[in-house]
Design a protein around this ligand. Structure first.
Ligand code: HEM
Length: 404
């Protein structure tokens, strides 16, 4: 329900606290709510402990029948663009993930740290030149993640704007700002955006077959999985997953980060006292409370009982990261923004399992570098009221004025 996520934060927190207090996951009987989301319903997994156990058992709670998108019920023309590894199970999932996973290890990310720093510095130069009152989302939060994922992929700078626009359509929910006024418009726009992103990668792939480089498009076109090359369709959907996941999520963590610092000046003062020392804790706490991905889903491969609840083969479970990250059984005073919280076992990047966010190290570096630059050069920057994206899947901020 996209509208639920538009409600004030306190109201959403109360609703999930009530669900957590019930003890057992609630089963929502749901008719076919949309072209993509088919009934008959789902178990709402709202507690940290349940979410961890489900994530740890992918052979029972699988992604292959719908992890990020409900791939099993999706019309074939859409599945062509969105049938990527996030909607697959091992061993195929693991083989595909291995093609790109090396590029996302902390060691590799360290190698282009200088590039991230230069890009963040330029973003803050532009912000200072533009002056206060600008929209923080497109001017600051969105820019670093788009640039970095495009550079890693091998997408030229001239296409950053194109990638940003098309990713907004793919993950924009039903937001009218992106023209998604109704289901028909949404499907048409999704198909066009998918086709256009696939055309972009195909144009670049032709060049990489002739002249491979060390970018991720070269890795995809030259990959050998079980003795075979990836098909154009597989390369296209992999590409869409990486560019969309790489820029729609971190952007929201950066925007929420500024909002949290504005609402909690004591935590800003603390962070400013030692930018280096507090950065890792602050980044984890921002991701916990931002929870840019509200949920993922899994489907049961067989009947199973977990923590007193019976699940049946074929049923859906929806893992609400947003709720688990506020679970009072896992976090002391979960509503409190505390950059020194230790331990911080949040599930903002997913639970422990094969689908744990591939880009987690990258996202952490981007958030950390962006705030180091902002807090050094614009230490008193503040966020205005955020304008929430109309989406149930992405906890997104579309616009947010900043003052400094
Ligand atoms: C998967 C969150 C940044 C790429 C995921 C999952 C979550 C998540 C919740 C699903 C885990 C599951 O199903 O168990 C986030 C958040 C981010 C972020 C909150 C930023 C703050 C990134 C970045 C990339 C990325 C920068 C770069 C490409 C992916 C990919 C997957 C994924 C490819 C699928 C992994 C798989 O199926 O094996 N992310 N993500 N993410 N993320 Fe991220």
């Amino acid at each position: 329900d996209h509208e639920f996520w538009q409600r004030p934060m306190a109201e959403r927190e109360r609703a999930f606290a009530l669900l957590r207090a019930k003890g057992k996951p609630v089963f929502y009987e749901e008719p076919d709510v949309s072209y993509i989301e088919k009934g008959p319903g789902y178990h709402a997994i709202v507690k940290h402990v349940d979410l961890l156990e489900i994530s740890r058992n992918p052979e029972i709670f699988c992604s292959g029948r719908g992890g990020a998108t409900n791939i099993e019920d999706m019309p074939a023309e859409l599945a062509e663009y969105f049938g990527s590894m996030i909607n697959m199970d091992d061993p195929r999932h693991a083989r595909l993930r291995r093609i790109v996973s090396r590029a996302f290890t902390p060691r590799m990310i360290k190698q282009f740290e200088a590039g991230v720093e230069i890009a963040a510095a330029r973003i803050v130069d532009d912000l200072l030149e533009a002056g206060p009152g600008v929209d923080f989302v497109p001017h600051v939060a969105a820019r670093l993640p788009v640039k970095i994922i495009c550079d890693m992929m091998g997408i030229p700078a001239s296409e950053y704007g194109f990638v940003y626009d098309r990713s907004n359509i793919v993950l924009g929910g039903f937001d009218p700002e992106f023209g998604l006024t109704d289901e028909g418009a949404m499907v048409a726009k999704l198909l066009t955006a998918g086709r256009e992103l696939q055309q972009l990668v195909q144009g670049l792939a032709v060049k990489r077959i002739e002249n491979p480089t060390d970018d991720l498009i070269s890795a995809l076109v030259n990959a050998n999985v079980d003795g075979e090359r990836l098909t154009n369709q597989e390369i296209g959907s992999f590409f869409i997953l990486l560019v969309v996941a790489g820029n729609e999520t971190t952007r929201n963590a950066i925007s929420y980060g500024l909002r949290l610092l504005t609402l909690h000046p004591d935590q800003r003062r603390l962070w400013l006292r030692d930018l280096q020392e507090h950065a890792p804790g602050a980044v984890e706490e921002i991701v916990r409370l931002a929870s840019p991905v509200n949920y993922m889903r899994r489907k049961l491969t067989r009947d199973y009982e977990l923590n007193g609840t019976r699940y049946r083969e074929g049923e859906k479970v929806v893992l609400f990261y947003w709720s688990a990250n506020r679970d009072e059984a896992a976090f002391d005073e979960p509503q409190r923004f505390d950059i020194t919280r230790r331990p911080n076992p949040h599930v903002g990047f997913g639970g422990p399992g094969p689908h744990f966010c591939l880009g987690a190290h990258l996202a952490r570096r981007e958030i950390s570098v962006m705030f180091r630059e902002l807090l050094t050069r614009v230490p008193h920057i503040e966020a205005g009221e955020p304008e929430q994206l109309f989406s149930s899947f992405i906890n997104g901020i579309k616009h947010m004025e900043c003052r400094f």
